[in-house]
Design a protein around this ligand. Sequence first.
Ligand code: SF4
Length: 356
Amino acid sequence: MILLELGVEDLAKYPFLKEAGNYIRERGLSLEDISQPDFSKVIQRAKKRVLQAIRLREVSGEIDDPEVEIFSFPLALMLVKATKLDHLVSRFSLAEAMRVEKLLEGEREELVVQIFRNVLKIDLTPVKVEEGSFPAFNYKISIMDYLKRATRFHDIEWKLVNRVVYQGYVYLKTRQLIRLIRQEIDDMIRGRLKDLAVPRLPESLEKTVKEIAMFSPPPPKMSDRVKVTPDRYPPCVKTALDMLKKGDNLPHYGRFLLTTYLVNIGSSIEEVMSLYSRSPDFNERITKYQVEHIAGLRGGRVKYTCPSCRTLVTHSFCFKTKECDDIKNPLQFGRQKFQGEKRKGKKGWMKRQQRS
Ligand code: SF4
């Protein structure tokens, strides 16, 4: 496998690459050095990265000075982690993922292939025009690689039957391919943040952390109605709610489960929407459309039911506890227990009536 020689501009665009880490190590600078006035541009760009994530939900792809870009990425990670705000971690990783997504869309083919292979472990093949078969597409990936990712999407566009499939490969345009892996880039950046140990910061950087924390939005709140009965929700739904509460980017299947579950137990569209409103990638119009669609108020006017426990296991979104018993669907969770409680309550009420 021939590895591309990466230039400083490439590292500036993709500072999460191993080569960018090596570049930083070779310079041998300490955090103390970076906090000095000579590196004020790096601190300013790191702060800007985080503030753009907070305000615009997307970090800009500008590259005025490649070295500033390379150094400001790990520094921004450190500033975010130092705030100890879980929901900021989610917002930042997604905003950085969006930046990478835009840059990859215009990237040269060989580098896209290399990043996919080395970072995401996906073998990607550019579609050559001379192949003649599918000139409208830019890349092909194996059906397995495609399915692993496409099941996160609810839109019909991503179903395999609506894709061009030939000899074990799915053919994609660059934009579709990049959209397919947004979550993985987000996860990769989030993983870096999770593993990052923040050392004692120099005073000037501590000041920057405080400023960032001041501008950060408050952690998401759940609606009162949802707060009242969380003890009755199955573990998978509780996990989905916890993720939203922390501002984590809930994967597609978690969203589908949460929305179908709440819609089916009678929550209103507004209540469900309010849960997502602080999600890092919240878009009111799209969320409303999706929730209404699931509730059967749009399109074919069919109300979706909750995915089965078996399907949730397949999508790694089952967090089974012994209370789950042998139920087949999260909507059955605790039904017997609560029906028993209801009956007990009724009996108690009848006894009290008889005694009076
Ligand atoms: S068994 Fe079913 S209800 Fe329980 S956590 Fe798994 S998916 Fe949810």
